[in-house]
Write a protein that binds this ligand. Structure first.
Ligand code: ADP
Ligand code: MG
Length: 321
């Protein structure tokens, strides 16, 4: 029902940045190689995500807005080895229940356009479109004024959107992303699978010059990425980005493991900048802990943490610099 969609929206869609995150994740799951995002007034007025992914079959378009009607999990077994970013089938129905949504999609032949507002389908018609999907979201929270009151300043909301796009592009250097706000370009990545270039674009080229490559593998985990020299630090752990199977996650134990890799070469209260990519068997990773899927449970976490610490320690050994 629309009411239960709105309740789910309360958990999944906290702010404009949550919409941006969910839409981009859908585009990635659809195999897109190019994802362009446009927002107006920090996303509260307008959010558009254009992708060149698989598109949605005409018959499935309405279904995509029904809760738990995900196309990505087919049975219980799938639930334990999730390789797609989405799997709960909640994002589109949640967003549509609290905003005005226009979706245009094509699998390559024909296409569909659907308008839905506050959970009510207003229109669903055949429409020509290039292969891929475009989702436009306007009037976010128009029918949940209490939630609107929780919004921070436009500058803060916009920086949360930029953070999301940056985080996701660090996890997917093989996809080209762009983000425009009120017609100003804030992010652009090449999609040429060059992580160093993505880091340089997000932070700065000088930053990249003060980072070293890390790489380590054991039977269960493959670690790759970059971490900063001990002299380049920040006052916040925000600059430690952790990506597990391409998903940006928050994990204090991994942050601790990163810090340990420096073996007290860091000043107290200072944090390195790091991009840590971890690839593992999806069976070892439980992402179904929280609706936003940023909190995860990892089997063999201690083993993973030691591997990360060691990878960083080795990368910082003088002979490697
Ligand atoms: P989930 O991602 O958890 O499956 P969503 O509510 O985010 O649930 O999306 C519902 C369904 O709509 C997806 O399972 C997918 O089949 C389809 N879908 C949504 N966005 C896209 C897109 N950009 N490209 C192709 N299919 C999409
Ligand atoms: Mg999704």
């Amino acid at each position: 029902s629309i009411l239960s969609d709105q309740i789910a929206a309360g958990e999944v869609i906290e702010r404009p940045a949550s919409v941006v995150k969910e839409l981009i994740e859908n585009s990635i799951d659809a195999g897109s190689t190019e994802i362009d995002i446009e927002v107006k007034d920090a996303g509260l007025q307008y959010i558009k995500v254009v992708d060149n992914g698989s598109g949605i079959e005409s018959d499935d378009v309405k279904l995509a807005f029904k809760r738990h009607a995900t196309s990505k999990i087919h049975n219980r077994k799938d639930l334990f080895k999730i390789s797609s970013l989405g799997f709960r089938g909640e994002a589109l129905p949640s967003i549509a229940s609290i905003a005005n949504v226009k979706l245009k999609t094509s699998t390559g032949s024909g296409g569909t356009e659907l308008n839905i507002r506050g959970g009510e389908i207003l229109r669903c018609i055949p429409a020509e479109a290039r292969k891929g999907t475009t989702v436009e979201v306007s009037d976010l929270f128009f029918n949940t004024p209490a939630r609107l009151k929780y919004m921070k300043s436009p500058a803060t909301e916009l920086s949360k959107i930029t953070d999301v796009v940056n985080q996701i592009s660090l996890g997917h250097a093989e996809i080209s992303f762009s983000l425009r706000h009120n017609n100003r370009e804030l992010v652009r990545t090449s999609g040429r699978n060059n992580l160093q270039q993505v880091i340089g674009g997000i932070y700065s080229l000088n930053t990249v010059k003060k980072m070293v490559k890390i790489s380590s593998t054991d039977d269960d985990f493959k670690i790759s990425g970059y971490t900063s020299l001990p002299e380049m630090t920040r006052a916040s752990r925000k600059y430690i980005s952790i990506m597990m199977n391409g998903r940006y996650v928050k994990d204090n134990n991994i942050v601790k493991a990163v810090l340990e890799g420096y073996r007290s070469k860091l000043m107290i209260g200072r944090y390195p900048m790091a991009v840590i990519k971890i690839d593992l068997d999806p069976l070892l990773l439980d992402v179904n802990v929280h609706p936003t899927k940023q909190t995860v449970r990892i089997s063999k976490e201690e083993q993973l943490c030691s591997l990360i610490s060691l990878a960083i320690f080795k990368a910082l050994e003088p002979k490697n610099l």
